[in-house]
Design a protein around this ligand. Structure first.
Ligand code: SF4
Length: 451
């Protein structure tokens, strides 16, 4: 019997990248490859890169250095680079590191089979509108929850962000293709879909985003729908109404605020001010009182004064997010912010980030504690990696709940759990038999946080 060829995939960055890797895995399966977690045993290695922050870029170059050494020992290995760095550097990736055999941007994943067979370095990084209508076979690890891309690219040009340069302008998939994919996922047992795109609520693939949610709500078998990422300027009343009315839409919105200072928001080219932002959050909370709102914050954007930073802290206390992702600003190539005067000292950025995280920690913990004693529906994600009798569930509000059970619980099972103990980042629960919850359970809290 012919031995299977092994491929190793390594991914950095956002859910768009995670889903692109699923599509790459699906293509490689069709080319006769099995996946391996061990790069040392692979004959093909593909790195899916991120350039949203300097740190992610450094990690890629350092891993590529290791692979270049590996290739000296195993010269038959082929190395491909995709994702945002490939899109920016693709044409001369081979000059940057001779170990790289091919590179392709996220819009050109469908060209992978040809690139695999090329004898000399090849790059496929041009804009390619075919990405919105080409349905690629994604190989998903999780048989319960699926990522579904609904649009690609971004038109917003926030002054700190490379995405419009790496993923191009906004292009939406036709809604018929999306519904077909989700119907097929439901037929195969998937219960939850997360609609992904750089700016999902400006979706325009033949209907509005709110209308798309209504169409998905009619797909039999789908119990939960999430979406990420939303831009505050496109967060409409039509969308809020759909969220409040629909059976499937989860009670969690990730709505990046970035700063509590309207002056800094203008410098960021975010196209909303703080008053507009908080008004949208309050409308959302009015329509869905138990909604969980999370956000992104950038600490130390160029020109940010102590007073601007103070306004961000005040905003955190005023809005009381359920959780935030907060990062220090880092310069990205080709962006306006990288050229701005008044870059903030690293020490000041670090201190401000710490103050932001400390402030939010108190709020997140307080909100989680308020859930103790409540009964919440979770979808079973799987077993804990450390304890064979412990299970992990996820609430509609995207909160992780750890609970024990001696039963062999199947993934995709919906269970009710009572929250017995709340921590800053997780909840501890116990299974409640014979109590029924609706899909729109009372608000749980989210506290996912990346430092
Ligand atoms: S909305 Fe702004 S931050 Fe988000 S992807 Fe587009 S340019 Fe980047």
């Amino acid at each position: 019997m012919q031995e299977k060829r092994l491929a190793h995939l390594h991914t950095w960055g956002c859910q768009m990248n995670a889903h692109d890797t699923e599509k790459i895995a699906g293509i490689l399966k069709g080319q006769g490859y099995d996946l391996t977690a061990d790069p040392e045993s692979a004959e093909l290695i593909i790195l899916n890169t991120c350039s949203i922050r300097e740190k992610a870029q450094h990690k890629f170059y350092s891993y590529l250095g290791y692979l270049a050494h590996l290739k000296k020992r195993r010269p038959f290995i082929k190395i491909g680079v995709t994702g945002c760095i490939a899109q920016q550097e693709g044409d001369h990736m081979h000059e940057l590191n001779k170990a790289v055999d091919f590179s392709f941007g996220s819009q050109n994943i469908m060209k992978l089979p040809d690139l695999l067979h090329s004898e000399s370095f090849q790059a496929a990084v041009e804009d390619n509108d075919a990405i919105v209508t080409t349905d690629l076979p994604a190989q998903r690890d999780n048989g319960v929850r699926a990522l579904v891309a609904i649009m690609y690219g971004c038109n917003n040009f926030c002054s700190y962000c490379v995405v419009p340069y790496t993923r191009g302008r906004e292009r939406s998939r036709p809604y018929e293709n999306i519904i077909n994919e989700i119907t097929s996922l439901a037929t195969n047992g998937y219960k939850e879909v997360t609609l992904i795109g750089q700016n999902v609520n400006s979706y325009n693939g033949g209907c509005s985003f709110a209308r798309l949610l209504r169409l998905i709500d009619n797909v039999e078998g789908i119990r939960r729908v999430r979406f990420i990422t939303s831009h505050p300027k496109d967060f409409t009343d039509e969308l809020i109404l759909a969220m409040a009315e629909l059976r499937t839409v989860c009670r969690h919105v990730h709505l990046p605020m970035q700063s509590g200072s309207s002056r800094v928001l203008a410098l960021m080219n975010r196209r909303y001010d703080y008053e507009t932002y908080i008004d949208k959050v309050r409308r959302l909370q009015l329509a869905i009182p138990d909604v969980c709102v999370t956000s992104d914050i950038i600490a130390g954007f160029p020109g940010e004064s102590d007073d601007d930073h103070e306004q961000t802290i005040n905003a955190l206390n005023e809005i009381e997010f359920d959780g935030i992702f907060a990062f220090k600003y880092s310069k990205r190539p080709n962006t306006k912010a990288a050229l701005m005067d008044d870059q903030v000292d690293e020490d000041v950025k670090s201190q401000r980030l710490q103050e932001i995280l400390s402030c939010q920690d108190v709020i997140t913990e307080r909100k989680n504690k308020a859930l103790e004693g409540s009964i919440i529906e979770v979808i079973v994600d799987g077993r804990s990696e450390t304890d064979p009798n412990a299970w992990i569930g996820r609430t509609s509000t995207n909160k992780i709940v750890n609970f024990s059970s001696n039963d062999d619980l199947q993934s995709a099972q919906f269970l009710n759990v009572r929250i017995v103990k709340a921590y800053r980042h997780t909840l501890e629960g116990e299974v409640v038999a014979g109590v029924s919850c609706s899909n729109k359970e009372p608000g749980a809290s989210w506290s996912g946080k990346e430092r």
